[in-house]
Design a protein around this ligand. Structure first.
Ligand SMILES: Cc1ncc(C[n+]2csc(CCOP(=O)(O)OP(=O)(O)O)c2C)c(N)n1
Ligand SMILES: [Mg+2]
Length: 540
């Protein structure tokens, strides 16, 4: 056995389920060793796609994601996706060949690159540490929730490995909350008239615990965008807090006298630049990372610990009370709780469909057991707000870096994590064309995916940002592209939607064998920017 094989075998023994990558000479052996160890390998067409697939797979499966890339350009290609993962604290191990010989064309400072984007850099520096380093990379990923680059120098990779690949897989760690802080939060919950829970990424595993505590405290339930769907089915679910919040959710969150943020930083998106947090409201943050207590909206009280464990400890200390949960509020949540309950004027016409009407139409047509992935851009709120999801496992939002072009790969990784659900990729025309290298991957893997492109023939976010100020827009507008034909060329089914009537083509695909992915090329109306974007521009 050579070192590369020992590393791959060790990671497989840690419990890696699926790895994603683009294979070249520098990661050939390690990737094959993963496969020999029982890991499924998914070949992407671009390392950026591979990194984002692994990120989405990790988020939606709860397992560590693994990426395998060639030295140098293989790693630089992956960087945007790795940055997104690092910012999102996704547990990810990146295996990269490394050309340590400075004369090599492939040589770059790979460790510095990783550090620059918030990842942790490690290296297998000798054959002796092949297994221990691989296990340590996995441990840091899973226990510290980090994106870890494990550099594999080419000469070390090729050296013989003596010894056995004996591995004790590192387990997930979970911190025990401090008794005093929990008692203080119990006191606040016992005194609050209108408590609201806002759950974020760090609470996606804790639905049951939070619902039980909220029932005792009389709290209403909301999430950040990344945790969308967490409380679906609860009569007290306000859905997403922030720019995507319904008018009712915004009103009720603003009316809170206590906001408890669970694994949620309360950033500008979740709070609409702080405007959803009314003056004088008490703010508590429960987070594994105490650094989160002071960022964005600062907390009056911080409770360090795992969200589920803190909620469980509190449930034993909080006496049942009505709080915010009156029959009037329940009736309003029933009547106005979803975006599609909010009246609007359909602007479809002239061969273009209103993106709200499109999204509602898709929500009606697509099976409920779905997993929705969203790219970035002006369009992004329409699918986030009007296409419902069954639970937090039905929404994958890779937006921590605000990069466009990650949406399609996100949908692929999510689809692989949840093969029981219909994957839906919601993209702008700009993001779709940027990430289109992975369209062949969707077809090759036989994923029954629905890819919806909200096509305004522009970088709409920029058009609506600068257009109102009279700037020239030639750099951000494009002639029509026949995305349906491009998709058919890749082997997809495709429908072009220029009005509500054209959605019949989507219904036909849904009712058919779904043996090919479907691209919905929606020509959307674009007279004005979306309201959440206009609000964000005002915030800036
Ligand atoms: C990688 C990257 N490049 C550029 C940007 C700046 N940017 C933000 S939104 C956007 C336009 C996206 O266009 P499209 O996907 O068509 O969505 P739309 O805004 O038109 O709805 C651009 C270029 C970015 N966020 N990420
Ligand atoms: Mg566009």
């Amino acid at each position: 056995m050579i070192v590369a094989e020992a590393v791959g075998r060790a990671l497989a023994a840690c419990g890696v389920g699926t790895a994603f990558g683009v294979v070249g000479s520098g990661n050939f052996h390690v990737t094959n060793a993963l496969v020999a160890g029982g890991v499924r390998f998914v070949a992407a067409r671009h390392e950026g796609g591979a990194a984002t697939m692994a990120d989405a797979y990790a988020r939606m499966s709860g397992r560590v994601g693994v990426v395998s890339v060639h030295q140098g350009p293989g790693l630089t290609n992956a960087l945007t996706g790795l940055t997104e993962a690092a910012k999102s604290r996704t547990p990810l191990v990146v295996l990269a060949g490394e050309a340590t010989e400075v004369q090599s064309n492939f040589h770059i400072d790979q460790a510095a690159l990783a550090t620059a984007v918030g990842a942790v850099a490690m290296r297998v520096a000798s054959p002796e540490e092949a297994v221990s380093r691989a296990v340590e990379a996995y441990r840091v990923a899973v226990q510290e929730r980090r994106t870890v680059l494990l550099n594999l120098p080419l000469d070390v990779q090729a050296a013989p490995f003596e010894g056995a690949v004996d591995v004790i897989p590192p387990a997930t760690a979970s911190a025990v909350p401090a008794v005093g802080e929990v008692a203080e939060l119990a006191r606040l919950l016992g005194a609050a008239e209108r408590p609201v829970f806002i759950a974020g990424r760090g609470a996606r595993h804790a639905r049951r615990e939070l619902e039980e505590l909220a029932a005792l405290a009389g709290a209403l339930l909301a999430t950040s965008a990344v945790a969308k769907g967490l409380f679906r089915g609860s009569p007290w679910d306000l859905d997403v807090s922030g720019g995507f919040a319904t008018p009712l959710a915004a009103e009720l969150i603003r009316g809170a006298d206590l906001i408890v943020a669970w694994g949620c930083a309360l950033n500008m998106w979740t709070t609409r630049h702080g405007t959803l947090v009314s003056p004088g409201v008490k703010v508590v943050k429960v987070d594994l990372d105490p650094a989160a207590f002071k960022t964005h909206v600062p907390a009056d009280l911080g409770v360090a610990g795992d969200v589920a464990r803190v909620a469980e400890a509190l449930a034993a200390q909080v006496a049942p009370r009505t709080g915010y949960r009156s029959p009037e509020i329940a009736a309003r949540v029933r009547a106005e709780g979803r975006w599609r309950d909010v009246p609007y004027e359909d602007e479809s016409g002239g061969g273009r469909i209103d993106p709200r009407t499109l999204s509602i139409g898709l929500d009606d047509l697509l099976p409920r057991e779905r997993i929705v992935a969203i790219d970035s851009g002006n369009f992004m709120g329409y699918p986030s707000m009007f296409v419902d999801v069954p639970d937090e496992g039905g929404f994958c939002f890779t937006q921590a870096f605000q990069s466009i072009g990650l949406g399609l790969a996100t949908a692929i990784g999510a689809a692989i994590a949840r093969p029981d659900r219909l994957p839906v990729a919601a993209l702008g025309d700009g993001g779709a064309l940027m990430g289109i290298a992975e369209l062949e991957t969707v077809v090759r893997l036989g994923l029954p995916m629905v890819i919806v492109v909200y096509d305004d023939e522009a970088y709409g976010a920029e058009v609506h940002h600068f257009g109102p100020h009279g700037h020239p827009l030639g750099t951000v507008t494009f002639p029509p592209a026949d995305l349906a034909a491009i998709a058919r060329g890749h082997g997809c089914a495709a429908v072009t939607v220029g009005g509500p009537g054209d959605l019949a083509g989507v219904a036909e695909w849904v009712d058919g064998p779904r043996d090919r992915p479907l691209l919905v090329h929606a020509k959307v109306t674009a007279e004005h920017g979306s309201w959440w974007l206009e609000e964000a521009f005002r915030g800036h």
